[in-house]
Design a protein around this ligand. Structure first.
Ligand code: ATP
Ligand code: MG
Length: 420
């Protein structure tokens, strides 16, 4: 070990388990790529104000969890705590919404940073894959995103998860509800901080995880009973589309994503094998966000799925992904001349698209074969002086142990045949 360790709340992805992370990202991305979402990559940091406005001044993310700093040049920046604000900022900046081709559908994958209390499933550096559909109000778009996330999890073999669904109303009906909820909450016995929250972001109080708070919330007014006709119809359509698609969900009238810009559809994917960090992904409609960051009205919907927690969910369900071995062929040279010749063959095989590795460092046969086995390769290519003198190499099947002599200039073809 060196003098240094990974910072608190972070961990390194290292082989072989890192391959699972890549596969999870790929499994989440595949349905998106297949459904008209284009890849977007934005900087790891943004102007701090983008998040203050775009995530919400009253949220935990902004008040407590943000890595904000001032640069040598005096810019106030923050490491990105989430992806939606940046994605929308970038789409507006590039005028993607003006191409006459709405919705703008984008997906991303990357690192996010929150100064949280580290626990299993809660880190200060974590990874998300997200999707945003910008500029269209259509219940089919909300349904599409939920269906795609469901598809991703299913394709990984996950089944012990649930989809929680709610509607948060819109700028017609939510303010009426907000006032009613505030009236109710002001009558409860709550600590100072929560009382402050009632005034700034009362919906968030419904989300309080503490037993003592939840008990008092029995009988609280429910947004469901305050939805206007337009919101009710919209929500009903999302529900019908999901049902028609065979995607099971649970109505959760207490599910809030307590940001001011969230509207109508809101949902969360929770996994039942993860203990308290059970949310593997979440999202919803954010019709007001664009205007809050200085853009035009662009009703939008999106989600972000947590890669770290999805990997934990796989572990919880005992799922090992069936990942192809990284290496197909492992070359083992015996002696200097063999080293030169086999190294050439390795390059040739790689150019031919065969995943190939080489026993570097002049290892003896025994050690080299050990490395060959460890690499997961199906075949070993072994050559010594005598083979080469005859223009041959030995092709060894590492499973059966069977070995055949192959002409040097037929190696690529023979390897391809053996792997087919
Ligand atoms: P939580 O309620 O668990 O704090 P959140 O509402 O803050 O989650 P979102 O902002 O919706 O989470 O992010 C989407 C997903 O990203 C979460 O469902 C989770 O899987 C993942 N995620 C969020 N914060 C963290 C973190 N600190 N460490 C690991 N994964 C995280
Ligand atoms: Mg959080």
């Amino acid at each position: 070990m060196s003098t240094f360790q990974a910072p608190k709340g972070t961990y390194d992805l290292i082989p072989p388990s890192s391959a699972t992370y890549l596969a999870v990202r790929e499994a989440i991305a595949a349905p998106l790529r297949n459904s008209g979402y284009g890849y977007i990559e934005t900087p790891g940091f943004e102007n701090v104000e983008l998040f203050a406005r775009g995530v919400g001044e009253s949220t935990d993310i902004v008040t407590k969890e943000m890595y904000a700093f001032e640069t040598k040049g005096g810019d106030r920046l923050a490491l990105r705590p989430e992806g939606t604000a940046s994605t929308l900022r970038a789409a507006l900046e590039a005028n993607l919404h003006k191409g006459g081709n709405l919705p703008v559908k984008l997906w991303y994958s990357g690192s996010y940073y929150r100064y949280e209390r580290p626990q299993k499933g809660r880190y200060r550096h974590f990874s998300q894959v997200g999707a945003e559909a910008i500029g269209v109000e259509d219940p089919a778009l909300d349904a599409e995103l939920i269906i795609l996330a469901n598809h991703s999890y299913r394709s990984l073999g996950l089944s012990d998860f649930r989809i929680l669904l709610n509607s948060l109303g819109d700028k017609e009906c939510r303010p009426v509800y907000r006032a009613a909820l505030q009236d109710f909450l002001r009558g409860l016995e709550l600590d100072e901080e929560t009382r402050r929250r009632i005034e700034i972001n009362p919906l968030r109080v419904l989300d309080d995880k503490r037993e003592s708070v939840q008990e008092q919330l029995i009988g609280a007014p429910m947004l469901r009973d305050y939805l206007c006709e337009a919101c009710k119809t919209y929500h009903e359509q999302v529900r019908e589309l999901l049902t028609a698609a065979g995607v099971a969900f649970e109505d959760d009238p207490k599910l809030v994503r307590g940001l001011d810009y969230y509207t109508r559809t809101t949902f969360e994917f929770v996994h039942d094998g993860l203990g308290s960090q059970s949310a593997v992904g979440g999202g919803g409609r954010y019709d007001g966000l664009s205007e809050m960051i200085g853009g035009p009205a662009l009703p939008s919907v999106g989600w972000a799925l947590g890669v770290d927690r999805t990997v934990l969910a796989l572990e919880a369900e005992g799922i090992t992904l069936d990942l192809p071995a990284a290496t197909s062929v492992y070359a083992v040279p015996l002696g200097e001349e063999a080293r030169r010749v086999l190294f050439g063959k390795v390059t040739e095989l790689r150019l031919a698209g065969v995943a190939t590795d080489f026993a570097y460092g002049g290892k003896g046969l025994k050690n080299a074969m050990k490395s060959a086995n460890r690499s997961g390769a199906r075949l070993a290519l072994v050559a010594g002086e005598r083979d080469l003198a005859e223009g041959l190499v030995q092709l060894k099947d590492l499973q059966s142990g069977e070995q055949t002599a192959v002409a040097l200039d037929a190696v690529v073809d023979e390897v391809r045949r053996a792997l087919a």
